[in-house]
Design a protein around this ligand. Structure first.
Ligand code: 2AL
Length: 255
């Protein structure tokens, strides 16, 4: 099967990192197609960055080779439900996948994320996903997303210290990593913390394999049905769903 892993930020080095994390866990026979969004912010750290990232995400769902499943590899899960409208193939957000994975291995988890403002976005997701009974706290480290890649930023040590505080102060038994750019930290942290550390990229890829393996598709009854044909004006005129959109999308086959 083919899983298209979409990095909705425009930083190629981060796509390489998450592609490597995905390939390390993918089953034999799973092809990981890791792509970088062609438009939008270098890093996604707020509501505006998220909103601006969704056109690039839509382009990646609509264009290029079709896939059996799609992963939105940003912890805010930007555009997740819009992406689910556009394809019958299942679409996974890394935050939703990571939080669900955590509930299988612990009764309570903490999310450790990047900036304070993304902490608030992650708290919204906890409520949207009905995870209030499982998520004990969302913690920010104030490490900007692109600093994760720089050894001189000391990001590893800062994140490790925040995870240690989470375990001792939040009564949590597992850690959910709150950024796709932390995918390479899971093993390092798990070795030191001795609790499950869940990276959403890995969780989403393994859930994608399972759900595709179960033969499940996104329901096209209700709000995840293909978008209704209508006129769009201005800069978005080219994105208007026409009467043939649903037929075109349904006809997309994985080669
Ligand atoms: C993210 C992420 O996963 N990628 C990105 O650019 N921003 N989310 C976050 N909370 O820092």
């Amino acid at each position: 099967m083919r899983i298209k892993l979409i990095n909705p930020n425009t930083t190629q080095s981060m796509t390489d990192l998450i592609g490597d994390a995905a390939r390390a866990v993918a089953a034999p026979g799973t092809e990981i197609l890791a792509v970088t969004s062609r438009s939008g912010a270098a890093s996604i750290e707020g509501h505006y960055d998220e909103a601006m990232s969704i056109i690039g995400l839509v382009d990646e769902i609509m264009d290029g080779p079709a896939a059996d499943a799609y992963v939105v590899a940003c912890f805010g899960d930007p555009g997740l439900l819009a992406a689910r409208e556009l394809t019958g193939a299942p679409v996974f957000g890394i935050a939703e996948a990571a939080m669900h994975a955590a509930t299988f291995v612990a009764t309570g988890f903490s999310v450790v994320t990047t900036l304070e403002r993304t902490r608030i976005i992650a708290e919204h997701l906890v409520r949207n996903y009905g995870m209030q009974n499982h998520c004990r706290r969302v913690r920010a480290t104030d490490v900007p997303v692109l600093e994760l890649e720089k050894p001189e930023s000391n990001a590893r040590a800062i994140i490790l210290a925040e995870c240690e505080r989470a375990l001792s102060e939040d009564r949590s038994e597992a850690i959910v990593l709150g950024c796709a750019g932390m995918a390479d930290l899971a093993k390092f942290l798990e070795d030191r913390l001795q609790v499950p550390v869940i990276d959403g990229v890995v969780a989403a890829v393994k859930f994608a394999e399972a759900i595709v393996g179960m033969g499940l598709k996104t329901s096209k009854r209700g709000d995840l049905a293909y978008p209704l044909p209508k006129t769009y004006r201005g800069k978005l005129a080219g994105y208007a769903p026409d009467t043939r959109l649903a037929d075109r999308l349904t006809a997309r086959k994985v080669s």
